[in-house]
Design a protein around this ligand. Structure first.
Ligand code: AMP
Length: 221
């Protein structure tokens, strides 16, 4: 992936649930993360939904920093599931960008993930990938950008915002995988943990790229 010469503002890609979870602590964490992004002049790229934690983080940041602070990228097939519309009003098929920020509709998941990663890379230092609590979709996206870091496709921070121990199982699994020889010890630190929203921003700034990764680019034959 390439970088542009445009003036840089850090971009954080947030992966998180299309649901809000059963405890209000997860929605509160989404709002806290949006406030920390605003306080540090960081832009958000996210999955473009209005529902669950996704909607909460986008709405909160737009309410603080305006629509230009948020870019939602959503695959066309997900629009009807992840953007709330009035089913009685077929004309109301566009997300309200004054509430959720700029939205781009793309053809598929891979296009979305590549666009998100490109924006994070172009935003430069201080940006990265952060997973709030979520389900299969969140985990899949988090593991994809972790793998892209391991392969050297990008060197941006990858972290979990571990709300109330939500990601403890994943953190323990990484340790088991290192012990069992399936993740190299030098790559154990690709995925880092933050316990609150301010720590997310600190970890983004202090993140150290793991040594010994591949140096793959998508353009190689
Ligand atoms: P979830 O964490 O399951 O609530 O999903 C959060 C979001 O991740 C979903 O709403 C999708 O937009 C996104 N997502 C990304 N990749 C996938 C995938 N392979 N399957 C399902 N959802 C995905």
């Amino acid at each position: 992936m390439t970088t542009s010469d445009a003036p840089k503002q850090p971009v954080v890609c947030v992966f998180c649930g299309a649901s809000g979870g059963n405890s209000p602590i997860h929605l509160a964490a989404a709002r806290a993360l949006a406030r920390a992004l605003h306080a540090n002049n960081i832009k958000l790229v996210y999955g473009g939904g209005t529902v669950g934690l996704m909607g909460e983080v986008a709405r909160t940041l737009v309410s603080l920093a305006g629509p230009s602070s948020v870019h939602g990228i959503i695959p066309q097939p997900l629009v009807k599931y992840e953007q709330n519309h009035d089913p009685n009003d077929p004309k109301q098929h566009r997300i309200d960008e004054s509430i959720y920020g700029r939205t781009t509709v793309v053809k598929d998941m891979h296009t979305r993930k590549q666009m998100m990663a490109q924006e994070v890379i172009e935003g430069g230092a201080g940006g990265g990938f952060v997973a709030l609590s979520g389900g299969y979709g969140t985990l899949e996206e988090l593991m994809e950008v972790t793998t892209w870091n391991q392969l050297g496709i990008h060197s941006m921070p990858v972290m979990v915002y571990n709300v109330d121990g939500y990601w403890n199982g994943l953190i323990d699994w990484v340790k088991s995988a290192v012990s069992a020889g399936f993740i190299g010890s030098s790559n154990a630190g690709i995925l880092v943990e933050a316990l609150d929203a301010d720590e997310v921003v600190t970890c983004l700034k202090t993140y150290k790229t793991a040594e010994g990764r591949f140096k793959l680019t998508w353009d190689e034959n």
